[in-house]
Write a protein that binds this ligand. Structure first.
Ligand code: EPU
Length: 366
């Protein structure tokens, strides 16, 4: 369980090597980050180090200068809005590795390096005959970034399949292994986004993630779009591959492909309100899309709120509201981070003005 696809670090050479070259690290200067963020926003990293193993992460910490420097961890850059050049040292996580770590009577445990593309892990797991991740198909980004915002889609969140992860602590250079409780998962939230008491934001870099896929497999088909697919096809007992195909179809129909149109997925979180607030809002607008939560609160569809305020297709410069899903902001070509932020603020103000709800951005704004 504690093992990693990455061999143990050779820390001795790192701690005695004063220069980046001697430490085995290649520090690149003035790197264009446009290809490394899914929004395609222009920005430059003053210094960038590619982490290809856990040992590389330890080498950074042990390095006499990089060890002390402020750091910025970059995964797939799919949840990021860059508004300026990045002064902290960018650690670009490119750690590979995919394996079925263990097969137990009640589950499979999979392990993936943090630099693996999330969707590749999902596709690979199905090819190994391990179902359970199919609802999370096509989510952009890397495995290492998945726990940070507890990615989720179509009725499933990462936390529902999470076993544990390894990270390198920026202070000690040691590996720490965290279970789900330690990760404090919430809706698009985790301890890695929290900087308050006990929060781990900016404290380390995730190097490997282990997932638990339960046996027997049970499909998660509660989400309305999946119910529609079942009704359309007449397939009431789909296998995991079928669910994977449906999720890919649904996403492709609704969400822009970042390879063609820059975006960072949902730009705002769906707001959660009390039953009383929800009643109040329904009284103002009976059509509002809302979902009851297990704790008695209600989740509102932010996309619907934005759409109702007439934002679909509107733009600031080259930053625009996607015309098929108002929750997604897109780059029409040459958008700058500042334009994305201006557009996002205008949307927040307009939704607040009409519904009294403050939308919270999902991506990290730098
Ligand atoms: N809606 C509108 N107009 C719009 C967009 C949405 O009326 O322009 C309505 C839809 O008709 C639907 C409701 O809002 O009734 C919800 O829309 P959708 O099913 O597209 O899901 P979402 O709530 O907008 C969330 C996640 C997505 C995830 C989908 C599917 C968040 C912030 N977003 O979107 O996650 O793929 O559900 O589970 O929770 C992401 O986080 O980047 C992301 C794409």
């Amino acid at each position: 369980m504690q093992s990693s696809p990455i061999p143990p670090a050779d820390t001795a050479s790192a701690s005695t090597s004063p220069t980046p070259a001697a430490s085995g690290l290649n520090v690149e200067s003035d790197v264009n980050l446009k290809p490394y963020n899914s929004f395609g926003l222009p920005a430059v990293a003053r210094r960038l180090v590619r982490l290809r193993s856990e040992a590389d992460a330890r080498r950074v910490v042990d390095h006499p200068e990089l060890g002390r420097a402020p750091k910025f961890v970059l995964g797939g850059g799919s949840n990021l809005v860059l508004t300026r050049d990045v002064e902290p040292v960018v650690l670009k996580v490119e750690i590979p590795g995919l394996r079925v770590l263990e097969e137990r009577a009640d589950c499979w445990i999979l392990e993936a390096g943090a630099g693996v593309v999330w969707h590749e892990l999902v596709a690979w797991s199905l090819a190994q005959g391990v179902p359970g991740l199919e609802n999370l198909a096509l989510i952009p980004g890397t495995v290492g970034a998945a726990p940070v915002q507890n990615i989720g889609a179509y009725g499933l969140e990462l936390k529902d399949r999470f076993d544990s992860l390894d990270a390198i602590d920026f202070t000690t250079g040691r590996r720490v292994t965290l279970d789900a409780t330690a990760c404090r998962f919430g809706y698009r939230d985790s301890v890695f986004k929290q900087s308050g008491f006990g929060g781990l934001a900016g404290k380390g870099v995730i190097t490997a993630v282990r997932l638990r896929c339960p046996k027997p497999w049970q499909p998660q088909l509660g989400y309305l779009d999946l119910q529609r697919k079942m009704a359309e096809t007449g397939l009431t007992a789909p296998d995991a591959r079928q669910v994977f195909d449906w999720v890919c179809e649904i996403r492709r129909a609704k969400l822009p492909d970042p390879a063609r149109i820059g975006n960072a997925g949902s730009f705002f979180k769906n707001p959660v309100v009390s039953a009383e607030q929800c009643r109040d809002i329904i009284a103002r607008d009976p059509h509002i899309v809302h979902y009851p939560m297990p704790d008695g609160s209600f989740k509102l569809a932010a996309g619907w709120l934005i759409d109702a305020c007439g934002w679909k297709g509107k733009s600031v410069g080259d930053a625009a509201v996607y015309d098929k899903q108002a929750l997604v902001l897109v780059n029409r070509g040459a958008a700058r981070g500042a334009e994305v932020v201006t557009l996002a603020r205008a949307i927040q103000e307009s939704v607040y003005g009409r519904f009294g709800i403050r939308l919270e951005p999902e991506p990290v704004v730098v």
